[in-house]
Ligand binder design. Structure first.
Ligand code: PRP
Ligand code: URA
Length: 246
């Protein structure tokens, strides 16, 4: 039985979270959820971190973790609980999602975020989809994000929850630009959940300082960024590895 506190950033027994606590970062307990409470996370993530993992296996293991992330996100949504009977005739608490899939929206940050959409659609069939193309300017020192394209559903401000999909959170520049575009389109930031594979402390702090009501679900929090603003240990360039472009 996993207790709620196992999912809470400040209570997790990881080096990075201990450091976050020591630095007195003002991050409330419900800001970020990791998958540390799921035993297979370490195994799956380590396959992705290995530089010798080929494209085929990188996709295979990524998709498996994406599914866990989306399941975690769904588990945090409002549920209606009602009494039903099991085949043995005994009563149990039956859970169903309060909102229909059409009341949700997933926004992928192209390109790497597109790798997550299949798992979302397979678990929330009928969900509406928004797309935003943001690329880091790799020539700039701070890896400033550049917005190229954006198309959200017309009524995005009425959606009960928006899931932003992007596997990597480094400086936080890309996801913060996406959050700002959503807010410009009338979305309430408290309705936004960022679903992410590998994050880092810098990026998490950046999101929380600008958009304190956004929630984050991530498989792992890595400790640092290197001089190229890549996550360390991280897993390299996710998009290149998933799509086999390098
Ligand atoms: C990657 C990743 C995020 C961003 C994270 O995308 O998918 O969008 O970098 O870095 P940040 O937090 O410093 O902004 P990238 O711009 O490399 O494009 P890609 O999706 O084509 O790989
Ligand atoms: N984008 C990636 O794909 N990986 C990183 O470590 C940082 C940004």
């Amino acid at each position: 039985m996993v207790e709620q506190s196992d999912k809470i950033l400040v209570n997790q027994d990881t080096e990075s979270n201990t450091q976050l606590q020591q630095e007195n970062v003002q991050l409330p307990a419900n800001f970020v959820t990791t998958l540390n409470h799921i035993a297979s996370t370490k195994y799956l993530l380590s396959q992705l971190r290995d530089k010798n993992t080929n494209t085929y296996n990188f996709r295979f293991f990524s998709d498996r973790i994406m599914r866990l992330l989306v399941e975690e996100a769904i588990s945090q949504e409002p549920m209606i609980i009602e009494k039903r009977q099991s085949p043995t005739g005994s009563e149990y608490d039956h859970y169903r999602l309060k909102f229909s899939p059409e009341e949700y929206c997933a926004v992928t940050i192209i390109r790497a975020g597109d790798s997550m959409i299949n798992e979302v659609i397979s678990l929330l069939q009928g969900i509406t989809i928004g797309k935003i193309l943001i690329q880091r300017d790799e020539a700039s020192e701070d890896k400033k994000p550049i917005l190229f394209y954006c198309k959200f559903p017309d009524n995005i401000q009425d959606k009960k929850r928006i899931f932003i999909l992007d596997p990597m959170l480094a400086t936080g520049g890309s996801v913060n630009l996406c959050i700002q575009k959503l807010k410009d389109n009338g979305v309430d930031e408290s309705n936004i959940t960022f679903i992410n594979l590998v994050s880092c402390e810098d990026g998490l702090r950046k999101i929380h300082s600008l958009y304190p009501q956004v929630r984050v679900i991530t498989a792992a929090i890595d400790p640092i960024l290197n001089e190229h603003k890549y996550i360390v240990p991280g897993l390299g360039d996710f998009g290149d590895r998933y799509f086999g472009s390098r």
